[in-house]
Design a binder for this molecule. Structure first.
Ligand code: ZN
Length: 500
């Protein structure tokens, strides 16, 4: 009798499907845009038909992943002594205007609420593009003494920005999901430690759990967050060699505490301004990154710990053995649920091939297939999504093997991502090399730089949009020589890339 798990001449063969059905998506490196748009649609992640530019509908298949991403970061923030809060979505104009640099940076892209019912509002309201100016007036009421510090709050919310650049689902929208953490500290040193803690949180989630390689860069002065003294950003490389900023953490110094009069009485009895930091984690963008960095022509490939379903069980049913197979599947589901895994048993009427296709598209890391021959032999067939390999495992070894796959899948995904980032890092020594790498869109450029904004502007103009993204945190500059772009003496090593 025909049985899929017994006809595995090649490991990648999925015998119940035709070749054409096997790979539902194009190669993401050949045509990333097409791949990205297709995966969003075929995996039913988001719907773009809402009809308001820059606003998308998150369907259950994306929202369940987003919930997991939120959970990871919220757990980390909680562990580091942050508390959750939620401020209103509207900000009164007089709050929004208080910090001069901040309003300058955001004024062009805010949505206004100016009318309610038939009446014009006396005071227009701003839909939050970020919440500094919503939260800090309250911070000035709550903080009185050094005993109130540090104050570490975060909120998980949506923010609104009237993007004028082309919008792209999850990457650049006019509404997006994020977490923003806002801290008030007693000293500059405490603020600096906070920024290091933010970096560690990002690294623990991105590297340790999601297997996503990143560059941690200090942004140049002209590219800082509006109102910040220093901005550190996490950039990730996409399959089309563009890069995406997925998180930032900022030292705000006393810029906002002076504007909002957030003061505390220190131990020495003196009134002082608090030292502030803020930290933004782009949840929508991290979802886009997970999809794009790990995905392939069969769909998403999710690391085990983030997957809404970590294991899918697919019964291979035949009339005479259907009951036994289904009993076994239910027993396995029970065993795996008891181990704490998120498991789904696909007992729908679809053919096994259709089930394989569906759950691969959704990136479920491990599939368990149970057929009558497996039952006879006391084994089950496992399929790992990252390498698309099948392996036969003795029934009693199932839990152990899945636990092994949990870390091995992550290791494989991380290694792949890191190898690609390394391959796409291009060292350039002079202008012609710089222009050549930019023209071919080969990846991220590493070069000696003079530190001048005019030079960065020239690079951007001549390369069709490559930006000086900043200095890598913790990297020693070494021998500098001259700026690869302009030939003046260099002051730093920078990374230059084309952002979305
Ligand atoms: Zn230069």
């Amino acid at each position: 009798m025909f049985h899929p798990s017994h006809t595995l001449a090649g490991k990648d063969e999925v015998p119940l499907m035709s070749k054409k059905e096997e790979a539902p998506l194009p190669d993401k490196y050949d045509n990333f845009n097409e791949w990205y748009n297709e995966i969003l649609q075929k995996a039913e992640l988001v719907d773009l038909r809402y009809g308001v530019k820059g606003f998308i509908v998150y369907r259950p298949n994306s929202m369940t992943i987003i919930r997991q991403i939120y959970r990871l970061f919220e757990n980390e923030l909680d562990k580091c002594g942050h508390s959750p809060c939620l401020f209103p979505v509207v900000i009164p104009l007089e709050f929004f205007e208080k910090e001069a640099q901040h309003i300058k940076g955001f004024l062009e892209e805010v949505f206004w609420v100016t009318k309610a019912g038939e009446h014009e509002l006396n005071k227009p309201l701003v839909l939050r593009p970020t919440s500094e100016t919503a939260m800090y007036p309250l911070y000035s009421l709550w903080i009185r003494s050094y005993r109130d510090l540090p104050l570490k709050l975060y909120q998980s919310n949506a923010v609104y920005r009237y993007e004028t650049k082309a919008t792209k689902p999850l990457l650049r929208g006019r509404e997006f999901l994020w977490i923003e953490a806002h801290c008030a500290h007693r000293t500059k040193e405490d603020a600096e430690r906070q920024v290091l803690e933010d970096m560690e949180i990002m690294s623990r989630v991105l590297h340790d759990i999601l297997g996503i390689p990143f560059l941690l860069l200090e942004r140049p002065p002209w590219d800082r967050f509006a109102g910040a003294n220093r901005t550190y950003a996490f950039d990730v490389l996409f399959p089309d060699n563009s890069i995406l900023q997925i998180a930032t953490t900022h030292i705000l110094g006393e810029n906002f505490s002076k504007a909002f009069e957030i003061m505390f009485k220190d131990e020495d009895g003196k009134l002082k301004y608090v030292q502030q930091t803020c930290f933004g984690i782009g949840i929508s963008r991290i979802l886009a990154t997970l999809i794009s960095v790990h995905g392939d022509e069969y769909g998403m490939v999710l690391p085990f710990d983030i997957a809404p379903f970590q294991v899918v069980i697919v019964p291979i049913l035949f009339k005479e053995s259907g009951g036994l197979v289904m009993d076994k599947c239910k027993e396995i589901r029970k065993r795996l649920c008891e181990r704490g895994y998120r498991v789904i048993l696909d007992d729908s009427d679809d053919r096994p091939g259709a089930k394989f296709y569906k759950w691969e598209l959704l990136g479920v890391p491990v599939r368990v297939e149970v057929g009558p021959r497996d039952l006879e032999k006391g084994v089950v067939t496992l399929f790992r999504r990252d390498t698309r390999e099948r392996l036969i495992v003795e029934d009693g070894m199932l839990e152990g093997k899945i636990e092994e796959l949990r870390s091995d899948i992550l290791r494989v995904l991380r290694r792949r991502g890191e190898a690609r980032l390394k391959k796409c890092l291009k060292e350039v020594k002079n202008r012609s090399e710089l222009l050549e790498v930019a023209r071919k869109r080969e990846g991220i450029i590493r070069m000696a730089f003079c530190g001048r904004e005019e030079c960065a502007d020239e690079i951007k103009a001549e390369t069709g949009g490559f930006e000086v993204r900043g200095i890598k945190v913790g990297e020693e500059a070494g021998e500098l020589g001259v700026c690869a772009a302009c030939g003046r003496s260099a002051t730093q090593i920078v990374y230059v890339a084309k952002p979305y």
